[in-house]
Design a protein around this ligand. Sequence first.
Ligand SMILES: *[C@@H]1O[C@H](CO)[C@@H](O)[C@H](O)[C@H]1NC(C)=O
Length: 130
Amino acid sequence: MVQPLISLLIVFSSIGFIRGWPYIPDKTYVQIHNVIPGANLTAHCRSKEDDLGVHVLPPLDQYEFQFKPSFFGATLFYCLFSWPEESHHFDIYDEKRDYYMCSHCTWWIKTSGPCSGSNQDKCTPYHWKS
Ligand SMILES: *[C@@H]1O[C@H](CO)[C@@H](O)[C@H](O)[C@H]1NC(C)=O
């Protein structure tokens, strides 16, 4: 009875060690800005558990959602972004990619792809998912 408990403790503290101990998932915020010139951006984001619904963002408008990252590092939110000429998929929050990068994650949606960073002029460009 004691041994399985100790094994479990070792497993969890190992995860904690990897993620920074004590690992208490912080609330994470994802903010999406439409910077596509003169177009309404339709954003539909989902995870395995949640459908965040369809949001239409006028030019320069933004929308934000929040969640708690999973203890196991598996949180993934993916979106379909569309505007009159095009539509593209993108993983807007991938815990493996983003956990150490941001707890307030800001994305600037451009025609060329999403760009990550609080400052639009210094953001890091990403490619659309093929
Ligand atoms: C965005 O959508 C609204 C509502 O349908 C419309 O009135 C507006 O003209 C659209 N804006 C652009 C830039 O297409």
